[in-house]
Every structure is written in C-alpha cells, then in structure tokens.
Design a protein around this ligand. Structure first.
Ligand SMILES: [Zn+2]
Length: 100
C-alpha cells in the first residue's frame, strides 16, 4: 500500500523534473536518492515507459560517450497532468498540514 502511494509521488516528481528539461533514468535515480527514496532501476524504468506509453513523456535517444541514453521530456499532456497534480497536491498538503 505504502509503495503504491510512493509510486504516485514519483510519477509527479518525474513530470516536475521533465518539465524543466529532458531527464534520463540514472540521473533521476540519483535525484530520488537525494529525496530519500531508494528505487531500483527495475521499478523506475517500467514507470518511465508507462508514462511514455500513456503520452505524458516522450523519449529521445542520444548517444553519450558511445552509449545510447534514453532521455524523457514532457509532452503537452504531461504538462497538463502536472498542473492538475500540483493544484491537488497543494490543496492536500494544506489540509494535512492543519493537523500538525
Ligand atoms: Zn526532485
């Protein structure tokens, strides 16, 4: 159950960073670690593929130091989902914070 919550947070987090510029898996795993999430590539990659398949992210392959690296950028649909999620999260945080 807790894992399901966190996966939702992580999806919004991906959209947030992708809205600033394309990101790739290893970079995002390090970003998550800074936020205290220990996620395996085996969890992150299917999540990125799912967001791509649903049209929230678009993939762009680039060759970096001789290796193909997959970058994920946000789509207009992803931008819209992020805006809606941001509004709902802000409202929820405001409500939850009142109980502190
Ligand atoms: Zn972050």
């Amino acid at each position: 159950m807790l894992r399901e919550f966190f996966l939702g947070f992580i999806k919004v987090h991906v959209l947030h960073h992708a809205s600033k510029g394309p990101l790739y898996g290893v970079w995002f795993l390090e970003e998550l670690a800074k936020h205290g999430y220990q996620l395996s590539p085996g969890t992150l990659y299917p999540l990125l593929h799912g967001l791509e398949a649903d049209g929230y992210l678009k993939r762009d392959e680039r060759v970096v130091e001789g290796k193909v690296r997959k970058y994920y950028g946000i789509t207009p649909l992803g931008e819209r989902a992020l805006r809606e999620a941001r509004a709902k999260i802000t409202e929820l945080v405001d409500e939850i914070a009142e109980d502190d």
